[in-house]
Design a protein around this ligand. Structure first.
Ligand code: ADQ
Length: 461
């Protein structure tokens, strides 16, 4: 079996118990095959003199990390990755900030990564880079003579060409993409947007459903939706400690519906719109007022980027407004928790919530939707209310699919979920769970590695 080399902007310490599902899945893959994980260790040093590469071994897995300088952190990570690429890829041109310094930093850091990684590669290694931070990594590796198979998975959406055109660097970014041998996207829509750009604006040609010929390169382009480890998440939700947590959630005695939202505090997740939809539900169905509470768990993220600080203030104001207007001595309509929660508690909260409200304005996949489904009690499951703009909606059609921009639509879906008969809930949940199982984390990894391990396709004359 060939060695796997994973490259991601952030590397997770294998001993970290709080590591998310995806990180655990990648680690399992690395442990099984033996491999190397390379990337940023999350530390920031003053300047280049402090950049030291660290190498640690855990059984068959080697972890190689390096810090970023303060300048690279500002210009590459906060600047290009999170203030330019992230908003563009999520169709939010209004929030995108382009500067020459940040795009240069993006090239610089990717080059630095390539320079550090290239000598560590061995013939036959399969190299798998993750996400928008590393689009130009392949170019940097090829420039250093690396001939290994190189794959890239985009965890976030890929927008239509017209959106990408707004980015001053779009040509270079697109050329960098096609230096990889294998490209994976979350949804058919993302894949179609990408191939449309490549074929209509770069002279590419699809030689089969999943093979793009472009200039000298033949690139395999596939849709491989990311998933979760269903069994371990479901098991966490069934533990006795989880049951205690669920009892606590309903301790007030009266049967009150808990509506749960779990998202990083990111403007793509549609949190203010979600709060406004909940408010709309309170207005439209006043008889039900004290029947439900919205529990929103939203840990802080990228707070140094202005758009993220803005959304935090907006959300605090909205929850205060709703609680002030509708709350009572015995009822707080919105419970807003601005911090990380351990995964087993999260699993219990999902299971104890009759509605999972997942309403991003745009999302690559959204694992919370899948976690919510996996955590439910098969005999008495809750209802998933899901944005049509989450990648997960391509697959999870038995959820109540909503338009997150339309508060009335979401309010009506909440009402429908509250009054949905048990039989219908069971039926919908069984279909959803089957899909979540079919596209689980293991399947995602196997399918990508299968494409990456396939022989190179020679150019037809
Ligand atoms: P994210 O934007 O981070 O991921 P998502 O897919 O929902 O979004 O994953 C978030 C993860 O963080 C989930 O596993 C969730 O349980 C966890 N989480 C969220 N809030 C938490 C809290 N308060 N405490 C603890 N854990 C919390 C990016 C893309 C997505 C894509 C994933 C994977 O933006 O579209 O689905 O990568 O490809």
């Amino acid at each position: 079996m060939k060695r796997l080399v994973v490259v991601s902007n952030r590397v997770v310490n294998p001993e970290c118990k709080a590591a998310g599902g995806l990180a655990v899945c990648i680690l399992d893959g690395l442990r099984e095959r033996g491999g190397l994980w390379f990337g940023w260790n999350g530390e920031i040093v003053a300047d280049e003199s402090g950049v030291a590469v660290a190498c640690t071994r855990y059984d068959k897995v080697t972890i190689v990390t390096m810090p970023l300088t303060e300048r690279d952190y500002q210009e590459y990570y906060l600047g290009f990755c999170n203030a330019a690429l992230w908003p563009v890829l999520h169709y939010r041109l209004d929030l995108a900030r382009f500067t020459q310094e940040s795009s240069e930093a993006y090239r610089r850091v990717n080059n630095h990564f390539a320079e550090t990684l290239a000598p560590l590669l061995m013939t036959g290694d399969l190299v798998w880079a993750h996400d928008y931070h590393l689009i130009p990594l392949a170019e940097g590796l090829r420039a250093r003579g690396v001939r290994n198979r190189l794959g890239f998975f985009l965890h976030v959406p890929f927008p239509p060409p017209d959106v990408l055109f707004a980015m001053p660097e779009h040509e270079w970014i697109m050329n960098a993409f096609v230096q990889y041998d294998v490209l994976g996207f979350q949804t058919k829509l993302d894949q179609a947007n990408f191939t449309r750009f490549a074929c209509e604006h770069m002279g590419g040609e699809m030689v089969s459903d999943e093979l793009l010929r472009i200039g000298e390169n033949v690139v395999s382009v596939s849709t491989i939706p990311v998933g979760i480890n269903v069994e371990s998440f479901a098991a966490a939700a069934r533990r006795p400690e989880a049951e205690e947590r669920i009892q606590w959630l309903h301790r007030r005695g009266e049967p009150r519906v808990n509506i749960i939202g779990v998202d990083r505090l990111d403007y793509t997740k549609g949190l203010p719109d979600r709060f406004r939809s909940f408010k709309r539900w309170l207005e439209l169905y006043p008889r039900n007022c004290k029947a439900a509470t919205l529990m929103q768990i939203a840990p802080p993220t990228r707070e140094e980027v202005k758009a993220y600080a803005d959304i935090r203030h907006e959300l605090e104001a909205l929850s205060g407004e709703i609680n002030g207007q509708f709350g009572d001595f015995d009822w707080t309509p919105v419970r807003y928790i601005h911090r990380n929660v351990p995964r087993d508690i999260l699993a219990a909260l999902y299971r104890g919530s009759q509605i999972g409200l997942v309403t991003p304005l745009r999302d690559g996949m959204n694992l919370v939707a899948k976690e919510y489904v996996a955590a439910q009690d098969d005999d008495n499951p809750g209802v998933l209310v899901l944005s049509r703009f989450a990648g997960a909606a391509e697959d999870l059609q038995e959820a109540l699919i909503v338009n997150p921009y339309d508060a009335d639509d979401v309010a009506q879906a909440i009402q429908r979920a509250i009054s949905m008969p048990r039989e219908e809930r069971i039926e919908r949940h069984a279909a959803l769970l089957a899909r979540v199982r079919e596209h689980d984390a293991r399947n995602w990894m196997c399918k990508f590695l299968q494409a990456l391990d396939a022989p190179s396709i020679p150019l037809a004359a």
